[in-house]
Design a protein around this ligand. Structure first.
Ligand code: MGP
Ligand code: SAH
Length: 268
């Protein structure tokens, strides 16, 4: 009896423990499931909120700039952190990889004058290498955007932004390197077979080069890929004795984006 009782008791206790176990198990599964459901719901709400936020903060993309917007991370890898651009900025900013290259080539560039700073694509990379940058642009809204963009990269302390005309300011400036990425006359530059230096803006390339020489003979020019390279080489003859000159092609993901001319000590 005892045995059987004990056996029965054991059985009973064992079965009640099984029941308890089952019910605990069921409760746990149910609570886990509802917890999971709540978590999923929360994630869904967060995703919806994020999507709404990006939609609201998304810039207006005109058909003209869509092509450049699609390349936004090549222009600024930290684009999503609040980079600001205007229409001219979209089609003129130097792709980040090329701007890094320009900065790396500015050997001895304690002070770099970025004569046409735009959205700050180049200034940011010069500053990231520890150079002090004087960033000039004639358009105050662009200077505001460049300053915002430099803050995102954490280098605004290395850059003095100036709103003004490079042609007028240059005679008052001195630097170790002058960097020129002037306007090329809009995206239609590429329809020209041989882009001659007289097509650069706001004045022809010869004048731009001579004005830049008042800052330093170490000059870097970012130019269209279809630029007349013979004319670019001839710029070095504007100095006596002629400056060293080197011209390189700049590619991003295998696509030729522009050509860079290095003069003086920054040429190999
Ligand atoms: P692009 O030729 O307009 O673009 O400019 P992409 O994607 O090569 O077009 P595709 O249709 O030929 O494939 C190429 C790069 O040149 C841009 O990313 C800018 O860095 C530079 N760039 C273009 N423009 C019109 C200017 C300009 O006016 N000034 C300066 N400084 N750079 C420019
Ligand atoms: N390298 C820049 C793009 C420069 S685009 C970047 O990576 O963002 C050329 C810039 O030259 C434009 O922003 C335009 O406003 C500026 N600009 C035009 N004429 C100027 C002048 N006379 N002096 C200074 N800036 C000028």
């Amino acid at each position: 009896m005892v045995n059987s009782h004990s056996h029965g008791g054991n059985l009973a206790s064992s079965s009640s423990s099984t029941l308890r176990h089952v019910s605990v198990f069921t409760m746990t599964t149910a609570s886990r499931r509802s917890k999971k459901r709540r978590k999923l719901r929360k994630q869904e709400v967060n995703i919806r909120a994020k999507f709404r936020a990006t939609k609201e903060s998304r810039p207006i993309i005109s058909p003209k700039i869509k092509k450049y917007w699609l390349q936004r991370y090549s222009l600024f890898s930290r684009y999503d952190e609040g980079i600001k651009m205007d229409e001219e900025g979209w089609f003129s900013v130097t792709p980040e990889e090329i701007a890094v290259r320009h900065a790396q080539r500015s050997v001895g560039g304690g002070v770099v004058v970025d004569c046409f700073a735009g959205m700050g694509g180049n200034s940011i990379q010069f500053a990231s290498l520890g150079y002090h940058v004087i960033a000039i642009d004639i358009d105050p809204r662009k200077v505001e955007m460049a300053s915002n963009n430099a803050k995102i990269y954490g280098v605004d302390n290395y850059i003095d932004f100036i709103v003004g005309d490079f042609l007028q300011l240059a005679p008052f400036l001195k630097g170790n390197v002058a960097f020129l990425s002037p306007p090329w006359g809009g995206p239609s530059y590429k329809n020209i077979n041989n882009f001659t230096l007289d097509l650069l803006k706001p004045v022809n390339g010869y004048t731009l080069f001579q004005v830049a020489q008042t800052i330093t003979p170490n000059i870097i020019m970012f130019l269209p890929r279809n630029v007349d390279v013979c004319e670019v080489e001839q710029l070095s003859w504007l100095s006596s004795p002629p400056l060293n000159v080197e011209i390189e092609e700049n590619y991003v993901h295998g696509f030729l984006k522009g050509k860079t001319a290095y003069f003086g000590n920054v040429a190999y």
